[in-house]
Design a protein around this ligand. Structure first.
Ligand code: SF4
Length: 324
């Protein structure tokens, strides 16, 4: 079996917060706490969870936009946390990101041509003419004509801006693209078009996607495997088809039950029914299983010990005492 393109081990990010009072000990926000997963070349891994669960922090750590507190990130066999500056610069070209809000991810003072060629200029790739030719080529791939080069982001719709952002992300021929809620700011009618475009580009350029989303219905259709995060912890990970058919963790079940249904006879959905209370603070997370304060199945052990993430067969990993 070929080694994974991306391997993440025990990744942690703790933010030390400002003291409330001068003699107080500083509080620590545990945004991500010991997350491990692998991503094969050409695969799409979806990462889901409520806001504040750590999925965007994880994406930024993988891209080295944030420094981890602890852990290991290995891209194509190179440890990104223990490599030279020149190696890191090379690896950065292999990874790109597409953000949630396409309009604000483009510089409003730059023309589309300047925005799309900027990454190549930064990495000193090609002559100016070659960079423009490459930009035109990629804009055409995402369905935009060369006439857009001289225009500004505000002249385009959200869907068009996202196409431009995707073209810009591809200029350095990345292998891994982090898609951070890439369609959640778009109209429903445009979402399907952008998702189809991303699938076409994945096949054409052999891309590997890390797909961050709070929308489980999109992840179900788009991702081969899905990882579920809760309060900075990975609580379940397996093939999407299996996860949605037989979720094992009570939190995953609640998320899937909350997917809105178009069937008027189906059970009312759209909220995390059956769960008590809100997500606790990541500054002082619950002891034991972090989900025990909301779990309808909690047992005595749940507040005493933390359930390890174990493989229950076929690569289906879950962190819950009900399954151990
Ligand atoms: Fe619920 Fe206990 Fe499982 Fe946590 S370990 S999800 S509290 S049953």
């Amino acid at each position: 079996m070929s080694p994974p393109l991306l391997r993440v081990r025990d990744l942690e990010k703790h933010f030390v917060l400002a003291r409330r009072r001068i003699f107080d000990a500083p509080e620590v926000l545990r945004a991500l706490d010991g997350v491990s997963f692998e991503l094969a070349a050409g695969e799409t891994l979806g990462v889901v969870g409520e806001s504040g669960c750590g999925k965007t922090t994880m994406a930024r750590l993988v891209l080295r936009l944030l420094e981890p507190t602890r852990g290991e990130i290995v891209l194509d066999g190179t440890d990104m946390l223990d490599c030279s500056k020149s190696e890191l610069r090379r690896l950065r070209r292999e990874m790109q990101i597409v953000f949630q809000d396409p309009l604000s991810s483009l510089n409003p003072r730059m023309t589309v041509g300047v925005s799309v060629t900027e990454p190549m200029r930064f990495h000193d790739i090609g002559t100016r003419t070659e960079r423009v030719e490459r930009a035109v080529e990629l804009l055409e791939v995402v369905g935009m004509g060369p006439e857009v080069l001289e225009r500004y982001p505000h002249e385009f719709s959200g869907g068009q801006c996202q196409r431009i952002s995707i073209a810009r992300a591809l200029t350095l021929q990345p292998r891994l693209v982090v898609l951070d809620e890439p369609v959640s700011a778009l109209d429903v009618s445009i979402r399907a078009q952008i998702l189809k475009l991303l699938l076409d580009l994945q096949e054409r350029f052999s891309l590997t996607y890390l797909f961050i989303s709070h929308d489980l219905s999109v992840v179900k259709r788009f991702c081969r495997r899905t990882a579920v995060l809760y309060l900075g912890k990975l609580v379940e990970l397996c093939e999407s088809e299996r996860l949605y058919r037989e979720p094992l963790h009570p939190y995953t079940r609640a998320l899937i039950d909350a997917i809105p249904s178009l069937d008027p006879t189906a059970r009312s959905r759209g909220s995390l029914r059956g769960l008590e209370g809100d997500v606790p603070s990541a500054v002082n997370p619950p002891r034991g299983c972090r989900f025990h304060t909301r779990c309808p199945h909690r047992m005595a052990v749940c507040s005493e010990r933390e359930p390890p993430l174990v493989d229950v067969g076929g690569g289906h990993r879950v962190a819950c005492f009900l399954n151990q």
